[in-house]
Design a protein around this ligand. Structure first.
Ligand code: HGY
Ligand code: MN
Ligand code: MN
Ligand code: MN
Length: 407
């Protein structure tokens, strides 16, 4: 149980590195990101990993196998957060990976592969609105248009790189090639209630849902809240509100997951009819076709509402990642790891949350181990796991790596 306690203690230590002392938030290329990389690097070195920070700001570590320069089994997750985050989303997977290396370092001379651990930055996309930038850099999927992305203070990604001590021109140095990896295993909290409902500590992931994210705008006409009769109003907020309710109805009906997480009303006067509303859509499903069909229905509904209410509707796609399948051989190693903990029938499930594996799959087959979290709560300070589940997850993760060493 010693190393499970260390994982719990280190989760608390990492959670103290935040831009806001009262609400955990740690985002890409900030002093908090640098401090977290340094702390994680010291833990990686304690576990026997040689460490480096790659040209994209990811914190990396490597333990050689039975001979030098073997392709690596990559373990890891992300250490950036959403605003007002919990302390386990991403971080738990990095800490578990480091513990697995600590357990296996004395047996490294038997391993037919090296082990690398990576702490990705910017899985959430909190600062620049574009997710998976750390793992998309590692997997060589970079778009130079991203350099002009700006945060809410108007700082560009390129400027943030330089402020962090990185050189945008050297970013391709972070790109890795498929022949350098044998696979990618990520342990992560489930971020849903299905394991807890089934009274299971662990689960194995079949696929990761694809997400598409939009910025929607409804434009009407601002006016006097007193002097404007209803039949002459072009109220952007009532139109947007009708669409928000329609998004929920269509999502439930079509078994997809649509969420409006951000909404801004302009000009924002208590006695002014809203002339414009900007709001977000995050749309996901187990299957991309279901998601895209639902998107068509949502856009139809938006058009009908706008026509009926004499409004203008605009949509801009901000992000798109399609669903990815986990690799069957790696999945069977994770299942063997779960069985080694005494759970004879590993529970398989698709991930409603996005993960770095959606990017890493471009250079390595992927698999994921899910860990129960209380009430399925995540992206919230109440996010929590038990030490007992962390101990079981450690055993399963180590057993899965050893299973792969036998394959
Ligand atoms: O949005 C997600 O699903 C992930 O937590 N980034
Ligand atoms: Mn998250
Ligand atoms: Mn996560
Ligand atoms: Mn994730």
């Amino acid at each position: 149980m010693g190393d499970a306690q260390r994982v719990m203690d280190r989760s608390n230590e990492l959670a103290a590195i935040s831009a806001d002392p009262d609400h955990l938030v740690r985002v890409h290329l900030t002093p908090e990101h640098k401090a977290a990389n340094e702390l994680v690097a010291s833990w990686m070195e304690e576990a026997g990993l040689s460490t480096w920070q790659d040209a994209a700001g990811n914190q990396c570590g490597r333990l050689e196998g039975r001979e030098p320069d073997l392709p690596a089994l990559l373990l890891g997750s992300h250490i950036d957060t959403v605003p007002d985050a919990g302390r386990y989303d991403g971080m738990l997977g990095v800490l578990l990976a480091i513990e697995v290396v600590a357990r296996l370092r004395d047996r490294a001379s038997e391993l037919p592969f090296a082990i690398e651990v990576v702490a990705f930055s910017d899985e959430e996309g909190t600062r620049f609105g574009n997710a998976l930038m750390g793992s998309r850099a590692l997997s060589g999927q970079w778009d130079d248009e991203w350099w002009d992305l700006r945060d809410e203070d108007g700082i560009s990604l390129a400027e943030a790189f330089v402020d962090f001590g990185l050189d945008p021109a050297r970013l391709p140095g972070a790109f890795r090639r498929p022949e350098q990896f044998v696979g990618y295993l990520e342990a992560h909290i489930e971020q849903g209630p299905w394991l807890e409902d089934a009274d299971r500590a662990l689960g194995v992931v079949t696929s990761i849902a694809g997400a598409r994210r939009f910025e929607f705008t409804m434009i009407g006409k601002a006016g006097h809240a007193g002097g404007s009769p209803y039949d002459r109003r072009r109220d952007a907020l009532v139109g947007a509100s009708e669409l928000v309710v329609e998004i929920e109805r269509i999502s439930k009906e079509r078994h997809v997951i649509g969420t409006v997480g951000k909404l801004e009303v302009l000009p924002g006067g208590v006695n002014v009819i809203p002339g414009r509303v900007d709001f977000s859509l995050d749309l996901r499903a187990e299957f991309d076709d279901d998601r895209d069909e639902a998107l068509r229905a949502i856009r139809e509904a938006a058009k009908e509402i706008a026509a009926r209410r004499r409004l203008e509707f605009h949509a801009e796609e901000m992000y798109r990642a399609d669903a990815v399948m986990c690799d069957l051989d790696l999945r069977s190693a994770v299942e063997a790891g779960i069985r080694a903990t005494g759970d004879a029938e590993p529970m398989a499930m698709w991930s409603r949350a996005g993960h770095d594996g959606m990017a890493v799959v471009a250079v390595a087959p992927i698999a994921m181990l899910f860990i129960r979290c209380k009430g399925g709560v995540s992206h919230h300070p109440d996010e929590s796991v038990t030490k007992a589940d962390v101990a079981v997850a450690l055993d399963a993760y180590e057993a899965a790596v050893l299973e792969l060493a036998k394959q």
